[in-house]
Design a protein around this ligand. Structure first.
Ligand SMILES: Cc1cc2nc3c(=O)[nH]c(=O)nc-3n(C[C@H](O)[C@H](O)[C@H](O)COP(=O)(O)O)c2cc1C
Ligand code: SF4
Length: 344
């Protein structure tokens, strides 16, 4: 059983907050999850930067061990469970479950070819369940209150609660626990709304890997099916709001630079394509885009998607394509070597 606390998806900041504020909840979820699948060893992989969370969690683990909840023959039941805490070294790709397993084994954090999936052959070749911190934390109230409690909210197919990390151009960025199906507009309002005098431009509803959604989606329910129908995804629940002051050219450059930097380099489309797009977008940022570049950005990014070992490669296209298609004037202005008035 592995708890994934690598949390590096751009815009996501819920897992380390849970780690710092609810370490016992995560640990209890891990213990219950491990017991449920008859595992005798649970691991938590914590992003290297989360030093405070690591220390807090380690303390909670020592308390649980002292109380007889971890170790040999737990509460005299004959059930043994060891818990290992492992710190990462700040590579986004180590959040991908098989990259994480390789890193845990002391190898380079490179994703594995699937199948076999971790549930068949995971850590040290053993069947392994990898779950996110939030998933495991919810195990505890679900078992205490029953699945009916969790399923009582949400939509027909997307049941329950979700922690949404709202950031960007809102007045009260933060983590908000909402029933799935809350509308996009309501989430913006829960986070304090837009800044005075500003108008809405877009939301990236599922972290850096997701495409933007726009005005026409404001009253759509925030759930897995609707976000997918809108051409995006709910992903990690990172909800980044952009108002009319956004420089989408710079935003796209920033994100592509991130993915290019974090590519592990195993797949040619991801490794070469990411850096190529980064270079071209850098030209745009400097107002030196060339005629034909916009078409080329679309062509190159679409030729990366679907040809890689892991989903990092497929994360390169969505944001870029969504803003390029929606706001072509912003890019075109940089081809001609001039800035769009009013955009920082
Ligand atoms: C590049 C990449 C990075 C990822 N990073 C994380 C991460 O930081 N945390 C996480 O829980 N899942 C991450 N994932 C997803 C994991 O592979 C895996 O699906 C997840 O831990 C399963 O958790 P869940 O089913 O409980 O949501 C990432 C996936 C990819 C492709
Ligand atoms: S898609 Fe990119 S990050 Fe994923 S395995 Fe291939 S090269 Fe590595």
């Amino acid at each position: 059983m592995v708890c994934n606390c690598d949390e590096a998806e751009p815009g996501t900041f819920k897992d380390h907050m849970l780690l710092e504020n609810k370490p016992h909840l995560i640990l209890e979820g891990m213990l219950l999850g491990a017991y449920g699948i008859k595992s005798n060893h649970a691991f938590i992989y914590i992003r290297g930067e989360f030093k405070a969370g690591y220390e807090i969690f380690t303390q909670a683990l020592a308390q649980a061990r002292a109380a007889g909840m971890v170790g040999k023959n737990i509460f005299g039941t004959g059930y043994d469970l060891e818990v290992t805490v492992q710190r990462g070294a700040g590579a986004y790709i180590c959040g991908e479950e098989t990259g994480l397993l390789n890193s845990l084994e002391g190898k380079r954090g490179e994703p594995r070819l699937k199948p076999p999936f971790p549930a068949i052959a995971g850590l040290y070749g053993m069947p392994t369940v990898v779950n996110n911190v939030e998933t495991l934390a919810y195990l505890v109230p679900v078992l205490q209150k029953g699945w009916e409690w969790f399923a009582a909210v949400g939509t027909e197919r997307s049941k329950g609660y979700k922690i949404v990390s709202v950031s960007g151009h809102v007045q009260k960025p933060g983590n908000y626990e909402i029933p799935l199906g809350t509308t996009v507009r309501e989430i913006i309002e829960i986070a304090g709304g837009l800044r005075p005098g500003r108008t809405f431009a877009a939301v990236q509803p599922g972290g850096g890997s997701s495409a933007c959604i726009f005005d026409e989606h404001l009253d759509w329910p925030y759930d897995y099916e609707s976000m997918s129908k809108a051409g995006s995804m709910l992903g990690s629940g990172a909800f980044v709001v952009f108002d009319d002051t956004t420089d989408f050219v710079k935003a796209a450059y920033n994100l592509i630079r991130f993915f290019a930097h974090e590519s592990c380099g195993q797949c040619t489309p991801c490794r070469e394509g990411g850096h190529w797009l980064e270079k071209v977008l850098h030209r745009f940022v400097q107002g030196r885009g060339l005629p034909g570049d916009m078409e080329m950005l679309l062509r190159v990014s679409s030729s990366i998607t679907g040809l890689n070992l892991c989903a990092l490669g497929d994360s390169i296209e969505p944001f870029l394509k969504s803003v390029l298609v929606r706001f072509p004037d912003r890019f075109e202005a940089r081809v001609q070597g001039r800035q769009v008035a009013g955009v920082r």
